[in-house]
Design a protein around this ligand. Sequence first.
Ligand code: GLS
Length: 839
Amino acid sequence: MNPPLNQMLQSQIQIEDDRTGLSIETLRRAIADNLFYIQGKFPAIATKHDYYMALAYTVRDRLLHRWLNTLEVYLKQDVKLVCYLSAEYLVGPHLVNNLINLGIYEQIRQAVEESGLNLQQLINTEEEPGLGNGGLGRLASCYMDSLASLEIPAIGYGIRYEFGIFDQEIKDGWQVEITDKWLQDGNPWEIARPEAAVSVKFGGHTESYLDDQGNYRVRWLPEYIVKGIPYDTPILGYKVNTANSMRLWTSEACESFDFQRFNVGDYYGAVDRKVFSENLTKVLYPNDEPIKGKELRLQQQYFFVSCSLQDMIRIHLNEGNTLDNFAEKFAVQLNDTHPSIGVAELMRLLIDVHYYPWEKAWEITEKTFGFTNHTLLPEALERWPLGLFGHLLPRHLEIIYEINKRFLDQVRLKYPGNNEKLSSLSLIDERGDKYVRMAHLACVGSHKINGVAQLHSELLKKTLLKDFYELLPEKFTNVTNGVTPRRWMVVSNPELSQLISSKIGENWIKNLDELRKLEGFIDDGGFRQQWREVKRKVKQDLAQYIHDKLGIIVSPDSLFDVQVKRLHEYKRQHLNVLHIITLYNRIKQNPNLDITPRTFIFGGKAAPGYHQAKLIIKLINSVGDIVNHDPEIGERLKVVFLPDYNVTLGQRVYPAADLSEQISTAGKEASGTGNMKFSLNGALTIGTFDGANIEIREEVGEENFFLFGLKTEEIDQLRAQGYNPQDYYNSNPELKAAIDLINSGFFSHGDGGLFQLLINSLLYLDHYLLFADYQSYLDCQERVSQAYKDQEHWTRMSILNTARMGKFSSDRSIREYCDKIWNTSPVPIQMKDYVQADG
Ligand code: GLS
């Protein structure tokens, strides 16, 4: 006898749930369902984007299970949480990364194909969230990936900018900025949590009062209040059940407050407030902009930090704790000075809201925070005019004064009568106009301070934070940056990943040190051949992309010489250009010159207000226009500027590079992380003794790295002697010829003035010592060209670069943070069924 219908249905449901099942058939059906029920479309009218959304929801469903399990375990076990406070996250596209981390890429590919679609096309449809400027924001996202992959309980707190980093177009060689409307077609990866909204105060004044027990207290009567709504995105670890949250705050008007104004007839005032409140999280500030007077930026910082700390306290108290053990349950990392107002905010919450005495509140605060510095550039150090600060955050200014008073008492004890020390260490800069020094606040309020590469951490102790180091040496440590091999190898370079796995298995993806095993295959000619074939294939793909985008034909057999990163004078893209012009001049003088054919590939955004950086983009494009069209040059030199460099484009570019340009002035690049991505993908580096280049060279071996340029001590000496760029210009004919050619208007249709600002800054200042390093750079490039001619040897060096990159996994960095700073350990997540299949 047949079983009754409802039993039959039940047993089908039990076989596979539509939202969790992984068979091709279930996945195909789930995509079709989501297309219908979420996108409201049927196949005949569905766009690619509709299908992308349907697929994204299908994948998200499979993530949710792990995510909720993770949250439940964290709650039940009252685990210690790492809270990463970062104003920036450069997440990159979610879909493909989630497919890899879930381990369902292949099933999904087949299910998509059976639906008559192409997975790669759907992946390419995703608009990446560009909620950061560059290295610092991308590092935050690599760290989120590693935290989850290592099963460390963590939340990444940040700002849900409605407009992320601008999209870049190139018009007539110039950068043009276009608004990044990344949310306009919907974001399937996030879930709004309005029930967890918090209020944030701004402006107004404070007043003191005595409480019922006669204690002296302060309350803050704000001028206005803004509501913060969290949006959560799951960040799944690689082949584990842990899915942490990235919790980004969006600002909204606080209705009750508006109504008050409205009721007293101040209609426009109420509307102004609403507009202001909603503007708060509208746009990401591009860095390298002069920060002075950017009140909105301080508002953004305070907004997200206050939301996040209130959120942590709510979570903590909900679990039945008191705040006494807050520091044992929360390790809060300040990603640069941007969230450093958190020190004063936690003090305020503890003292004014939870009535802790100062000493106890301070002990908790200092134990809770760690501070990472990411730059030595003085112009990037945040300080806020005292007036602006006090106007916006009157209570915090009082608290900072009190922190400073107590701190300076400590300084006085150590350095009696030393006013210079007091003034240099003070949280308030009083040398002219007064400022609050955010780095000082972060240093005083954190139990650990770290730089992001060995050299950088040493220089911090010797220069920028010298006085702090002398006073509090035990706080200082180093954690060299790292990158996630999931996105920067498995996702971006599947061909090379497969080749590697075919030789040494897949464990390297979780334990990057295992790449060392590749050294055992270095003498295998067949393996080297395969290695070259993979590189050629990805170069061919990039060549195709370049042709499709820009109409420029480049040969995959030429040396791909790549510099992709933000445009900045200290990164010296224009030194690279001087090399190109010199090669050009050499060929023009000797048309039969036998040189290694090169394709110079650039990419990167300039801050909209940074004129010199924009001029460098124009120069690259102008030189490219001449070089690429000169029949005498032919295939020997090509120059390409890839517009709109972002994470997605990085995923195309790193795997295809032969040579990685890491040519910053020594001492200026705190670490760099692009340098790691290139090397991991088998590119060789031409680099200065700067940032993490030094450690990369140490790992891969000096014979597999092209080093050039002055070291930091030599630069100090040179400056002390009095550096004169003209000496170099006058004594080096090739340098002079390159500069003169730019100045003559040769690259600018006869307009000799176009690049004058840039050229004059080199001739008369050369703050970043391009002229001093020019010859050394050229000589080194010649060594590169020679080495490239011996393809067998080059391949060995390439393999060794990849094989020795274990240290630069962000997993290693995160383990170091856990040990040295956060005192946390993994909490594995067991899966539990939420969706009851028995109806
Ligand atoms: C930066 C540094 O400039 C980079 O060298 C570093 O790799 C990165 C992450 O630590 O941080 N600092 C900064 O303000 N932006 C960066 O990219």
